[in-house]
Design a protein around this ligand. Sequence first.
Ligand code: PAF
Length: 337
Amino acid sequence: MKKRFSFLVTMVALLVFLAACGSGSESSGTADGGEEEYVLQAGHSLPDDHPYHLGFLEMAKNVEERTDGRVKIEVFPYSEIGAERELTEGLTLGTVDLAMSSTAPVTNFVPELEVLDVPFIFNDRESAVEVLNGEIGDELFAAMEEKGIIGLSWGENGYRHITNSVRPVEKPEDLEGLKIRVQENEIHLAAFEELGAQPTPMAWTEALTALQQNTVEAQENPAIVADQYKLYESNQKYMTLTGHVYSVAVYMMSKQTYDELPEDLREIVLEEGQKIGEMQRDMIVEMEQESLKTLEEQGVEIIEDVDTAPFQEAVRPTYEMVEHQDLLNKILDAQKQ
Ligand code: PAF
């Protein structure tokens, strides 16, 4: 989008210049006497009826209203302007204005975020939200800002569960040798190695083809993703409700875009971005059960009453590999109170 943003600003500047030459006025307005307008591009990897997208649409509507049309946000679903890792990189470079992503790939740019993707780190959704909306969440936002990314608000992808094409998975031993696609995240990779599977990290865009072509037999994602991407049509016959990661997602803005916007406009974008996380999360909670039902109706065998204790035990070594042990302990302590 940056190109478009720069192009627009350049065009507006040119028009202003021409208007000024013509009238001799020093007005900084556009040709029709208005002020400069900005178009921001927002990207994410999910469909246009997923809460990631609906959150952005709400933000776009409110921003446009409050800025009297001076800031428009175009929202691109389905990784159209990049998969999550590319989008995050784009934010740091200022070539992407806004993005929503699960935190796993963002960790490649902001290592402190690794703590959020440690399996079973959160007691439950409520504890996670409390941690994220408190001091720890602020500390993580500060780390993101150092890398050129403004954290607008925390949202969620949902609880990650394992699907596969081979057999019902009830215990870690059932994962032995299973070829599974994981996100581009060291902790996820290590966790599935510990569980005995054969994990391969790849972007979601590649994962779908890999599942269809059977080069991987399994994947792990929340029920809404499995439903909206009809993973049962990509050979996924079994879903085990491990909930091994509460997949945090985050609405983000490029610091460069933020700095380039006039102060009054950037405040509005920031405020509206701060509002959507909670709304997005509520939508996920609402849709989750419905998606599970759809998956079941489509013939997916749902393995519900999973004893997660042996899974937790198996992935325990991933806690040791976390570089930011201070943050890890803070998260664990915050949930003891
Ligand atoms: O598995 C992933 O890569 C992510 O969960 C997804 C589907 C892109 C949503 O954030």
